[in-house]
Design a protein around this ligand. Structure first.
Ligand code: FAD
Ligand code: DHB
Length: 389
């Protein structure tokens, strides 16, 4: 065998899996289509569950996160000017960490460099074969040459548009999907946050989210129709729209400035079952997508890494394959719960085009109940800080 595990995709799930496996003495090769600079330029998730924080620490990459990350003890959900505080710390004893996906990925690349693992960039035309044989094989083109690696297992960490999921015969896959009729327009700006905690704002003009990366870098979003293009949104238009969607108290504290990044992401819920096919395991966005409301995408990718790495270490160090056999069912239990939470948060906070007047009242009533019921707050907090692995 050329290596023990070939990992397709050098995003957060592929890199963390490589990090955890190599620390357990398992050899890996990571195949990434893009350049490192491109992977690091993608501005995505910003909130880490505490389970993710602990996983990163255990994987030996917690130092910069602990020094620069911002622990948050709660968050706000709003209905117009009414702000409902969810106190994670008081309700669950736990908190979350604000630390961007870009930073996590940078830390993972640095740790992989230090360990001397193989991460190949610019890899094209990946073909996965022999998943039911004694050894799997992965062929690809890199720097103009065609190469093949044999291995014991293949980890599909290549995101929603990757090749791994599609390697499982269509007749053996079951897909579940909901596409939402709006996207999120997000900007990054070097300005101080409008509040010291995140604000998920439900307003008569649609949804907005006030997030941050550090005390002088904000990440703000507004819900936009799917037909909108980034070019339709000047900075001025963004700030005007954002300001009228957040509560007056926050709007009064808003500092505006030029955007340094602006992009639109569509919202979708998607699960493909099973997560394992012979010697192939799927992890992260390769197997499932959540709408971003509730910050579960990156965190789910990391819980998959936890389950998959346990299974691979048991198989490759003690020859015990029970974990591999059970991986799909075990990971899916947690995935479906995060699917439910993300769908519920999305429904509770967004305006749906063409909705009836009843829908807006249901959102208001859900937030009113949340404001008055500690039971409802506890349920939200328990899901937001992350269900146990
Ligand atoms: P990815 O990050 O998609 O990484 C997959 C990697 O595989 C990529 O580097 C890709 O280049 C590589 N690849 C793809 N195909 C191939 C191939 N054929 N061969 C080799 N390599 C390949 N989550 C949140 O919680 N909050 C957010 O605000 C948020 N915003 C998002 C915005 C966008 C536009 C997207 C797409 C996702 C967002 N997410 C967000 C979700 C979160 O970023 C993902 O859940 C997370 O990136 C999943 O990590 P991953 O490693 O599984 O997949
Ligand atoms: C961020 C994104 C989210 O989807 C979310 O729920 C919270 C924060 C962010 O990019 O900071």
């Amino acid at each position: 065998m050329d290596t023990q595990v070939v990992i397709i995709g050098g995003g957060p799930s592929g890199l963390l899996l490589s990090q955890v496996l190599n620390r357990a003495g398992i050899a890996t090769v990571v195949l990434e289509r893009s350049s490192r600079a491109h992977v690091l330029s993608r501005i995505r998730a910003g909130v880490l569950e505490w389970g993710s924080v602990e996983l990163l620490r255990e994987a030996g990459i917690g130092a910069r996160m602990d020094a620069q990350g911002l622990p948050h003890d709660g968050t706000y959900l709003t209905d117009g000017d009414r702000m409902v505080h969810i106190d994670f710390k008081a309700l669950t004893g736990r908190r979350v960490m604000i630390y961007g996906q870009t930073e996590v990925t940078e830390d993972l690349y640095a740790a992989q460099d230090a360990m001397g693992t193989t991460v190949l960039h610019g890899v094209e035309d990946v073909v996965i074969e022999d998943l039911d044989a004694a050894q799997a094989s992965v062929s690809f083109t890199v720097e103009g040459a065609r190469r093949t690696l044999t291995c014991a297992y293949v980890a599909g960490c290549d995101g929603f548009h990757g090749v791994s999921r599609k390697t499982i015969p269509e007749a053996k896959r079951q897909e579940f999907e909901r596409v939402y009729p709006f996207g999120w327009l997000g900007i990054l700006s070097r300005t101080p946050p409008v509040h010291d905690e995140l604000i998920y704002a439900n307003s008569e003009h649609g949804f907005a989210l006030a997030s941050m990366r550090n005390p002088n870098l904000v990440r703000y979003y507004v819900q936009v129709p799917l037909s909108d293009k980034v070019e339709d949104w000047s900075d001025d238009r963004f700030w005007t729209e954002f300001k009228r969607r957040i509560p007056a108290q926050a709007a009064a504290a808003l500092v505006t400035g030029p955007s340094i990044e602006k992009s639109i992401a569509p919202l979708r819920s998607f699960v493909s079952e099973p997560l394992r096919w012979g010697r192939l395991l799927l992890l992260g966005d390769a197997a499932h997508i959540v709408p971003p409301t509730g910050a579960k995408g990156l965190n789910l990718a990391f819980s998959d890494v936890h389950y998959a790495s346990e299974a691979l270490i048991a198989a490759l160090t003690h020859g015990s394959t029970a974990g591999i056999d059970g991986y799909s069912a075990r990971a899916l239990q947690r995935i479906w719960k995060a699917m439910r939470f993300s769908w519920q948060m999305t429904t509770m906070l967004h305006q749906f085009e063409g909705e009836d007047s009843f829908a807006a009242q249901m959102r208001r009533a859900t937030l009113a109940h949340l404001a008055d019921s500690e039971t409802a707050q506890k349920d939200l907090a328990e899901n937001y800080i992350g269900l146990p692995y």
